[in-house]
Ligand binder design. Structure first.
Ligand code: UDP
Length: 373
């Protein structure tokens, strides 16, 4: 069977890399090719290097001032040649990006079976100005096989009348990626310049609070509030250091550098490559983030997560108690951080909870399912 795996952003690459590796284990069953759209060029390449994946096709769609119209059109037209050349029987897409949605449509035109990994997440808010809910819903409509990370996501698909025989609950492939990466960065011979720099930067006598944030819904007042909260946490807790790899988007960079540059126990750094980020997550005490992937990964490392969002398409983590939604209200962020920093019992309770996103065997389940077809 000819399998085409398509992705374009860093989180998609992280979550699809272990699937590529699992498919490549069975060359007698599968001819596996990887196509990147390079919706996030630089961050994507770092992930591919770490997982030792060489793409077979590269659409390189990012142009200055690229917008969603151009991006969608370029991905669909760019994929035409790839689909006609390789003629895959199965096209794998992931999650909810423009790459996901546009690829699923192009794959549909080619007659391939569309397999959606991380299927069935929903916010039920199609009125949002951001395209993710539309992307994941449209992809669901044209997909033949849905790999749902959790029972909740499967139930969302069943409620949309997708046949249950075409849905498999697998766990999230990000846990496969995380466990692979934790092992690799802890191997005796592993060397990474960025990790060496981080080791120099961190004060070994202080515990670390790791912060990330990028979501458009938090741009503007949201990030201003977040920064004020981080400043207060840093000032109240000189025994901690806040390490914050700042997303490159100017809407994030501006408030963060303006408000947090001169606080001695806040270290603002560039976004990290995946291995160093995994290394830093492992070293952290708690994580404050608005990232989807980080919420899924951190509980597998026993790290409590405060999520700076009001709504989430990942309710399992909230239900399991591994994350707490704190929104972008300054006082709420400070209070919830203090609850974990000042109360060892509350901290331990949260850090020992079971991760609802899986056990690191999602890709094995996906590949076994495909083999059985
Ligand atoms: N990540 C990384 N470097 C960073 C911040 C995050 O490699 O500086 C990883 C993180 O471990 C997770 C993924 O990127 O697997 C999450 O990406 P992001 O927060 O950009 O997107 P989201 O998950 O919210 O879609």
């Amino acid at each position: 069977k000819r399998m085409l795996i398509v992705f374009g952003t860093r989180p998609e690459a992280i979550k699809m890399a272990p699937l590529v590796k699992e498919l490549q284990k069975y060359p007698d069953h599968f001819e596996t090719k990887v196509c990147i759209t390079a919706q996030h060029r630089e961050m994507l390449d770092q992930v591919l290097t770490f997982f030792e994946i060489a793409p077979d096709f590269d659409l390189d769609v990012m142009k200055p001032n690229q917008n969603l119209y151009g991006l969608t059109a370029d991905i669909i037209t760019g994929l035409k040649l790839v689909l006609e050349t390789f003629n895959p029987e199965y096209v794998f897409v992931h999650g909810d990006t423009t790459t996901t949605m546009a690829t699923s449509i192009a794959g549909f035109y080619s007659g391939a079976k569309i397999c959606h990994v991380e299927a069935g997440l929903r916010t039920f808010n199609m009125q949002s100005p951001f395209p993710e809910e539309m992307n994941r819903t449209v992809t669901g409509v044209v997909s033949d096989i849905h790999f749902a990370p959790t029972v909740t996501s499967r139930d969302n698909l069943i409620a949309e009348n997708k046949p249950s025989k075409n849905i498999l609950v697998t766990g999230n492939t990000v846990i496969d990626a995380l466990l692979f990466s934790v092992n690799k960065v802890n191997e005796a011979g592993f060397k990474d310049k960025e990790i060496d720099l981080l080791t120099e930067l961190l004060d070994a006598s202080k515990r670390t609070i790791l912060v990330t944030g990028h979501r458009r819904e938090n741009h503007g007042q949201g990030f201003v509030n977040i920064c004020k909260a981080l400043k207060e946490i840093a000032l109240q807790h000189p025994e901690y250091q806040i390490v914050y790899p700042v997303h490159l988007n100017p809407n994030v960079q501006k408030p963060v550098y303006e408000l947090l540059s001169d606080i001695t126990n806040i270290k603002l750094i560039s976004p990290l490559s995946y291995p160093s980020f995994v290394w830093l997550m492992e070293k952290s005490h708690i994580i404050i983030t608005d990232s989807g992937g980080v919420q899924e990964e951190a509980p597998s490392l026993g790290k409590p997560v405060l999520v700076m969002r009001d709504t989430t398409e990942r309710p399992e983590a909230v239900d399991a108690g591994t994350v707490r939604l704190v929104g972008t209200d300054k006082q709420k962020i400070v209070d919830e951080a203090n609850r974990l920093l000042n109360n060892e019992k509350a901290y331990l309770e949260m850090s020992q909870l079971h991760n609802p996103y899986g056990d690191g065997k999602a890709c094995e389940r996906i590949v076994n399912f495909i083999k059985s077809l």
